[in-house]
Design a protein around this ligand. Structure first.
Ligand code: ADP
Ligand code: MG
Length: 726
């Protein structure tokens, strides 16, 4: 009987059934978003103004105004085909959550009406099951409530009005990614604005900006369905490397294949309607790997848009018989996927604070933000890293194609020189000549566009790319709010220190502001300069880990503990971004997710080995046995010289079968032992150290069998089919 795999391959080899390409109309941008321009049309001038003031100052919107906004949202949504509404939020599970309520209601006389009022807009108590894997709510709370985030616009998704919200427990413990992000943005705004005011009194607000580059694989859905590992874990737990991989980079430069192109076109169309600003889409390095990049936006909006995109991708891919693999390392030996997270700071006067300027004063402002950001990253390196680790990202980080597990910062030749010059300024008050010289010849000479920082080493995890920092370790399937929240918080702390230092010199040493800034910058540069290293291209890079490599940085359970370091707890508690309780809770959630991920992989691999691989191996052995028996019948006593190779293969297969069964037994035992451990951190460590090694060992034997066994009976889609058929 033909395997499912062979049937699917036969079908795929016939004429492709291409869907017609959708025409994208630029005027459709944000058609399904109830943005402020649309809202303004529904509200009186006064109400609209009051609402904007509330959002700007982050004070609660009054219930009267909320009612009016709700009414406006309802009419807009219903006139655009909505039948339901939902509070849309980003719980710690990593996905997005929604609970759809109908607008449908009855009045006192039993007449049908459509109901949606301020109350329902502002708050909901979703009685969902647990939203984190670890029972954070069981441990800390019974229930939580979702609260409208008026800074992110509502949108229409299919026939549902989605209202972006935060999700917090009754006692105020954040159960989502958005609440701490919003807090960190607010604190960063305050601290950065204060520093800006050294340079420009017109600055009254600083917004963190974010642009993401989302990598992913697209794989034929039917083929993927032959693989329990892809369906259950999002990655292949076995599979032999294809003879052709990514050696030629021909995929990277090639044109996007038609079926993929039509699918991505529809995705772009849907993104357009939802106001997700997609800028580029292209092939990535690995076969069947692609990237979609966004135009940068205010960080909280960018986070929402990325979360929405990941959801949308799944739905659109389904229509085109693809599945999207957002996993960081779906294929062994093939490049993994990341989500490069670009971050910068923008003022209300529309100045990018991480972009060199035309004037010496502007450049001193730029340098202040630049140097302080680096100092923050160096100080909290372990914490920043903790914000991007996961079981799946562990498989990618530190591989040839991805950022190393060790954090280092590239800043380019030009800026290195500037920092060296600044390091040598005199301590205390500067002579007028020195100051003029500094302004004219050092900071005055920073080019507006830094050309030497085109960072060719793509494996640098944290790079300065001319007008922004690019954090590359973030995993493709993770919620980028995690990394951005940490980045915001550590830079805030550093800016507060910087401000305090400068103020102190001005107040107690009677220094001019410029002198004080130069002095403090010099001090910071001296602290970070020890980590200026020459890399293989003769460029300088700041290497954090030389100093802070306290623990083995390789494993997620260990990295995550950085959340609980005293420096991290102090940081977050001082800024009121996380309480200590919340930090512990989050760390537990991440540990538990780690455990669950490895546990599911291990079970799936066990099942596949016993239910798919071994029966197939035995089937092939039987074919060989029949063959050998036949040979014996013909050649009698001399049969061995004719059946020697078959006999060797038979033995090899038996050997692999034995080792697989033994490996699975041992792995189950390792899991059982790990499960007995109460302490979640230690349990995660046990999974890392005792269970993971079996995943590799068992896989090795399965992969060898894949090479030996008759292709026509192999049940699982092979790498070459998953990666090259589209
Ligand atoms: P590069 O050519 O260096 O890759 P791009 O302009 O193509 O830079 O941008 C790469 C990514 O960086 C995009 O996702 C973009 O949105 C983001 N980005 C660009 N400028 C900023 C900024 N000021 N703040 C945040 N992200 C930014
Ligand atoms: Mg990229």
């Amino acid at each position: 009987m033909q395997t499912l795999r062979k049937k699917i391959l036969k079908k795929l080899s016939s004429e492709p059934n291409l869907v017609k390409k959708i025409k994208i109309d630029p005027r459709d941008f944000a058609k399904h978003v109830f943005d402020r321009t649309k809202l303004q049309k529904y509200l009186s001038e006064k109400t609209f103004y009051q609402m904007q003031q509330s959002i700007e100052k982050q004070i609660p919107i009054s219930s009267i105004i909320a009612d009016q906004i709700a009414a406006a949202m309802k009419s807009w949504a219903i006139s655009n085909g909505a039948t339901h509404f939902t509070h849309w939020f980003q719980p710690l599970t990593g996905a997005t959550a929604e609970k759809h309520d109908s607008f449908f209601d009855l009045d006192n006389y039993g007449n049908q009406l459509e109901k949606f009022e301020g109350e329902q807009l502002v708050q909901q108590i979703p009685d969902f099951p647990n939203f984190s894997n670890s029972g954070i709510r069981n441990t800390f709370e019974a229930r939580g409530y979702s609260t409208w985030d008026p800074s992110s616009p509502a949108f229409l998704y299919e026939t549902t009005l989605c209202i972006p919200t935060t999700f917090v427990s009754y006692t105020g413990v954040a159960l989502d990614y958005k609440s701490p992000l919003l807090k960190s943005l607010e604190k960063l705004d305050e601290a950065a604005t204060e520093v800006c005011r050294f340079f420009d009194k017109n600055i009254s607000k600083v917004t963190a900006t974010m642009g993401w580059e989302q990598e992913f694989f697209l794989v034929d859905r039917a083929l993927a369905q032959t693989r329990p590992d892809l369906m259950l874990t999002g990655r292949t737990l076995m599979g032999h490397m294809p003879s052709k991989g990514q050696q030629f980079s021909d995929h990277y430069f090639g044109s996007i294949p038609s079926r993929v192109s039509i699918c991505l076109n529809e995705l772009e169309f849907e993104c357009r309607l939802l106001g997700i600003p997609i800028k580029t889409k292209h092939n990535e390095v690995a076969p069947s790997q692609y990237e979609i990049a966004s135009v940068f936006e205010a960080a909280n909006i960018a986070v929402d848009h990325n979360a929405l995109l990941m959801d949308l991708m799944d739905k659109v891919a389904y229509k085109h018989n693809f599945i999207v693999l957002l996993h960081e390392k779906p294929f062994h030996h093939i490049n993994g996927s990341g989500k490069h997270t670009n971050w910068s700071l923008n003022t209300n006067t529309d100045i990018n604070l991480l972009s060199p300027s035309k004037t010496p004063m502007g450049n001193l402002q730029f340098l202040s933000f630049f140097v302080n950001s680096i100092a923050a990253v160096l100080k909290h390196e372990a914490l920043l890293r903790a914000s991007s680790v996961s079981a799946s990202n562990d498989l990618r980080l530190g591989q040839n194609d991805a950022p190393t597990a060790i954090l280092s910062i590239f800043i380019g030749k030009h800026l290195t020189q500037v920092l060296e010059d600044l390091e040598n300024v005199s301590k205390g008050k500067l002579s007028p000549k020195e100051k003029t010289d500094l302004k004219l010849n050092v900071i005055g000479k920073i080019p507006e566009i830094l050309l030497d920082n085109t960072d060719s080493d793509r494996t640098s995890p944290f790079a300065f790319t001319g007008n922004k920092f690019e954090y590359r370790s973030v995993g493709s399937k993770s919620n980028s709010a995690k990394a951005i929240t940490v980045l915001n918080a550590i830079v805030t702390e550093q800016l507060l220190d910087f401000k305090k230092g400068v103020d102190n010199l001005v107040d107690t040493k009677n220094m001019k502001k410029d002198d004080a800034i130069f002095n403090i910058l010099r001090e910071i540069i001296i602290e970070i300069k020890d980590f200026l290293l020459e890399d293989y291209e003769g460029k300088k890079k700041v290497n954090a880990s030389e100093k802070t490599n306290k623990r083995d940085m390789k494993l997620t359970p260990e990295s995550l503990l950085a959340y609980l370091d005293k420096s991290s707890v102090d940081l977050f508690e001082n800024l009121k971004v996380f309480s200590s309780v919340e930090l512990h809770a989050r760390c537990q959630v991440d540990m538990q997710s780690y455990i669950s991920e490895i546990q599911i992989e291990s079970r799936t691999l066990g099942d596949m080995s016993l239910n798919h691989i071994i029966p197939t191996a035995i089937k092939y052995q039987n074919i060989l046995i029949k063959n050998v028996k036949g040979i014996k019948e013909i050649f009698g006593g001399k049969f061995k010289s004719h059946a020697n190779d078959q006999l060797i293969i038979l033995e090899e297969i038996s050997d692999h079968i034995k080792k697989i069964i033994n490996g699975v037994d041992q792995m189950v035992l390792a899991r059982k032992n790990a499960n007995k451990i109460e302490d979640v951190n230690k349990k995660a460590m046990a999974y890392a150290r005792k269970v993971i090694p079996y995943l590799d060992e068992i896989r090795n034997h399965c992969d060898k069998l894949e090479l030996t066994i008759d292709d026509s009976i192999w049940p699982l889609a092979k790498y070459r089919e998953l990666l090259f058929i589209r």
